[in-house]
Design a protein. Structure first.
Length: 350
C-alpha cells in the first residue's frame, strides 16, 4: 500500500518554485498532483509523488538544495494538531517522543527515532518509499524542518553537535552549514540530528498539562482511524487525482504500487467498481464546489472535465438539471419558495 501524507506538505512549494523560474502547476501535473488540494485541510496525497515533485524541481532549477530551501519556510504549525501537542509537553524529551509517536498522522512515509547514549541524543529519520525513487530532497526538507522545530522548542540559539545525511554530498555545502549552523556530514549510516542529551531535560515555556491531555486524546483517536482499508485508499487517490484529468485505473494502480486487477479486486471486496467510485467522488466534489460560488468553468476542470459543456452534460444526466439550476435551487440566500421545484433533485445512481 502507498504511503500518504497531508496535503499541507505542499505548503511553500509553489512560491519557491516560481522564485526559481519554474512552473509549479506544470511540474505538479507531471507527477499527478494538483496544488489546489492545499485548500482542503483533510486531503491526503501520495508521499511518493511529493518526493518525485521535489526531485524534478531540483533538477529543473539546477538547484541541489531545493529541499533545504523549502525547509526555510517550515514551522511547527505545518504539523497541525501534532504541533499543538508538542508545544504543551513539559520538556523537550516529551515533545520529541510525541513527535515520534504521532508523525505518521502527518506523513506516513516518515519515521523518527529518538535515542540516548553516553550523553548524546540522536533524532534519526527514515524516509520510507514504496518505490525506488530518489528521496534526497524530501530527506533534506524533513530533517531541516525538524531542526527548525527543535530551535523553536529549545530556543533560537540552540545548536546540535552535527547533522548526518545518508546521501552523497552536494557540490557546495555552504547552504547546509549556514542552515544548520554546525558540522554537516554526508555518506553516513543514517539521517540524524545529533545533540547533547542534557538538552532533552529543558522545560518548555508553553507547557499546559491539561491541554496536552486533550490533544493526546484527539491524536490517539486519529491514530486508531488512520489505518485505511485498501478500498478507502483507492477512493482517496481518486479524489486527489481527479482534477488533474489523469484519473484512471492505471494511474491509481501506479500510485498504489499494484496492477489494475488488484485495484479492481480492492473495490469489488466492498461491492464497488472503479467507475462507480469515480462517479461518487465526482458527485460529492461537484455539489460541494457549486456551494462555493466558484465559476462553473473552474468547477468543470476541478472535477476532471475538459470543459463546461462536457461537465454540464454529465451533471444533467446525474441530477436532472444544469449545474447553474442546481446552484440556484440550493442557494441558501434565496427564499425557500423559489427553491421548491428543484429541492428534491438528487443524483441518479442507476
Amino acid at each position: 500500500m502507498p504511503y500518504l501524507a497531508r496535503s499541507q506538505i505542499l505548503t511553500g512549494y509553489a512560491p519557491l518554485a516560481r522564485s526559481l523560474g519554474l512552473s509549479p502547476e506544470r511540474l505538479a501535473r507531471l507527477v499527478g498532483l494538483d496544488l489546489s488540494t492545499l485548500n482542503d485541510l483533510d486531503s491526503r496525497i501520495p508521499a511518493r509523488a511529493f518526493a518525485e515533485l521535489l526531485e524534478r524541481s531540483a533538477e529543473a532549477a539546477k538547484v541541489e538544495d531545493f529541499g533545504l530551501r523549502l525547509a526555510e519556510s517550515r514551522d511547527v504549525g505545518i504539523l497541525g494538531p501534532i504541533g499543538i501537542v508538542i508545544y504543551q509537553e513539559p520538556d523537550l524529551r516529551s515533545a520529541l517522543r510525541s513527535l515520534v509517536r504521532y508523525l505518521p498522522v502527518h506523513n506516513e512515509s516518515l519515521a523518527l527515532c529518538l535515542e540516548e547514549e553516553r550523553g548524546i541524543a540522536l533524532l534519526s529519520l527514515e524516509v520510507r518509499s514504496s518505490g525506488p525513487d530518489d528521496v534526497r530532497q524530501v530527506t533534506e526538507l524533513s530533517l531541516g524542518a525538524f531542526f527548525r522545530i527543535l530551535c523553536r522548542l529549545a530556543g533560537p540559539h540552540w545548536k546540535p553537535h552535527r547533522i548526518c545525511f545518508e546521501h552523497r554530498p552536494p557540490r557546495h555545502v555552504v547552504t547546509h552549514r549556514g542552515f544548520f549552523r554546525c558540522r554537516v556530514d554526508f555518506d553516513q549510516d543514517c539521517n540524524a540530528i545529533v545533540f547533547p542529551a542534557v538538552d532533552l531535560d529543558a522545560p518548555l515555556a508553553m507547557s499546559d498539562a491539561m491541554l496536552a491531555r486533550y490533544a493526546h486524546r484527539y491524536l490517539d483517536s486519529i491514530m486508531e482511524d488512520r489505518t485505511a482499508s485498501a478500498s478507502e485508499k483507492v477512493r482517496e487517490l481518486i479524489r486527489v487525482s481527479i482534477s488533474s484529468g489523469r484519473c484512471s485505473t492505471d494511474k491509481v494502480a501506479r500510485d498504489l504500487g499494484v496492477d489494475r486487477r488488484t485495484v479492481h479486486r480492492y473495490l469489488s471486496e466492498t461491492g464497488g467498481s472503479f467507475s462507480s467510485v469515480l462517479t461518487e467522488v465526482r458527485t460529492e466534489m461537484a455539489t460541494r464546489l457549486l456551494y462555493s460560488r466558484r465559476p462553473i468553468c473552474d468547477i468543470a476542470n476541478m472535477v476532471g472535465f475538459s470543459g463546461t459543456a462536457a461537465f454540464s452534460r454529465w451533471f444533467a444526466q446525474a441530477f436532472g438539471c444544469s449545474p447553474s439550476a442546481w446552484r440556484d435551487a440550493h442557494d441558501p440566500r434565496r427564499p425557500k419558495t423559489a427553491r421548491r421545484n428543484l429541492s428534491s433533485h438528487a443524483p441518479h445512481t442507476d
